[in-house]
Design a protein around this ligand. Sequence first.
Ligand SMILES: [Zn+2]
Ligand SMILES: [Zn+2]
Length: 278
Amino acid sequence: MIKSTFHSHSRFDDGTGELEEYIQSAVSKGFRVFGFSAHAPVSFESEWNLKHELFEEYIKTIKTLKDKYRGTIEIYAGLEADYYPGCNDWRIKNGIDYTIGAVHFIKNEKTGTYMPLDGTREEFEDTLKNGFDNDADALVTAYYGLVREMLMKMPPNIVAHLDVIRKNNGNGRYFSEEDDHYREEVMKTLEIVSLSNTIVEVNTGGIARGYMTEPYPSRWILEACLDMGIPVMVNSDCHHPDKIDFWFEEALELLTDIGFTHQRILIGDEWRNIRLHE
Ligand SMILES: [Zn+2]
Ligand SMILES: [Zn+2]
């Protein structure tokens, strides 16, 4: 497998370490391609996101690294862009090679605040209670509805951790993935993914950080992606230079077992389907 990740954080947002430390780690682990995807700035208070005033420095630092490591590793500048009604369109920003579209927050219409969907269990319960009167089906509908809206209004290159609302749902604590309502929401979303020509990432970051035992999205969703011809890619969503290829071997095995033969990545400045085994 050509080793790559397009989903990585750093000290510019909620990760640890300088951008160059990630590149040094990538070179030592035999990566051919590495993409940075800081959480794009948002219009509300957030501890995770890149600050507006650091945006230029982020882009400039990546550009310097691109030049310094040319011939050794390909480097791309991306953003993990939060979608919420009224958000910025980062796809057209100068210096950005690609975006990963993500829904991490839902606006509470009563209070005007943005509630996290993949925070701690306590934060998730607050969101469920304050935003949805403890109706998990309503939260599921709202989350996947926002993902679809993002895909229709501002399709990114890659859709982030498609079923991230599973984060706190160990043993089906809040909702069941077997439930018709849940499955319909996911399948409706995959139809829009397929129409918008977006890549679904296999995100191993939750495992690296100890929240999950399996990647996002669930295996049955990946099986549906294969059936529908939706391209996939393996991303580590790393927040530390040592974790850039965490669970990659297992992800390769999982995709092969499901029947995937290729992943789609950005290489040589082009989005290409690359064989998983070569
Ligand atoms: Zn994310
Ligand atoms: Zn991320």
